[in-house]
Write a protein that binds this ligand. Sequence first.
Ligand SMILES: [Zn+2]
Length: 437
Amino acid sequence: MSQQSRSTFVITDPSEIVQALVGLKDVRVLAYQRHGPDVSLVIEQVLAEIRCPSCGALARVKERPLVTYVDLPVFGAPMHLTWKKHRLRCGNPNCARKSWVLADHRIAAKSCLLTTRAAKWATEQVGTGRSVKEVARELGCEWHTINDAVLTYGTALLEADTKRLTKTTAIGLDETNFVRRVEQRTSYATTVCDVANHQIIDILPTRHFVEVAKWVADQGLDWRSRITYGALDMSPTYAAVYSAMLPAAAQVVDPFHAVALANRALDAIRRRVQIEQLGHRGRKDDPLYRARRLLLRGEERLSDEAAARLASLLELGDPTAEVAIAYRVKERLRDFYRESDPVVAEAILADLRDRCLHKAMPPEIRRLGKTIRTWFAKLCNFHLARITNGPTESLNNLIKRIKRIGFGFRNFENYRVRALLYAGKPNWRVLGSIVVR
Ligand SMILES: [Zn+2]
């Protein structure tokens, strides 16, 4: 293939160079100012005749107010754009309209303190993982100025990018908690994931049946008919949402949550046996306390040395072998997930369930057995759906990361937009055409 010759554009006129810094049709640069490290461009719109929006009479310029916006940095230095606006008044003395200021969404949206291009740039920076604080420092402005812009343009992008929602065939409902800083109380949210494409579709400020079911209903019949699998975290509420709203979808217990449940039973037994044996909670030299991390690790990830250390710690701290039993139960559940033959896998789980339910088992294990019994078919559906192991786990990690970056999420909408920009895979190219007035 022959190489296309690229046309080079050389500008030598200094005033044209300054014009190029703005690059908007019918916007003229009046001055380029420098005060120390601060650079500021003064601009105005080139007006044709303007008519009154109420009566259509010719308008006259009344005032030229100056409004300053934060713009993209130039050569590493923060830049401001000072917009010499036009306040107009109607030429018709009988008109009720007093005066109005001419707007231009290409330069800056009405309520935004950033220029449109700076606001879009900041939205993508924050949306892809940088902190608001860092971006605010780079643009030389307040935290709130950046955060407000990210919320405004982020919300508009998520609304415009409708393809984000439509491609999924398998969703997951997941409970997420977050602490409201101001009131210091925990709120619950429902994260809706696209488990086929590993992204977050939406976050709802509730975990209640009626609202979650309404969200599913609102997606429309086409969308609902495409969903073949619904992943869930053994929550009866979400199971009821699926049964009511997506009756044709197979319900699949998310492996991450099932293994987490077995790990919790193991941990509870370790703590109980610890107290029964030594009369106090784990201290750093106690064998069971020293074994706590090894116990939660997958058996195949233990070196020979680590496995030997775990065996000797259990020998010291677990004379009744209850912790060892719980460890085997957890590993057996992991075998169930590793098995590739659905028939063999179902037999493994049935055997594990029956063993757990045996009356000689510790109470924590019997409880786990009851949970396996209740959710048996939906656990086995994992092998039917083959929803790849771990999407929800990695999404949960993303959510945690979002919470860390933005520590101090004061309100839900802030959290939702940040999480969706970061883990919802929006099409950033759509941002270019977003218009906020
Ligand atoms: Zn008028």
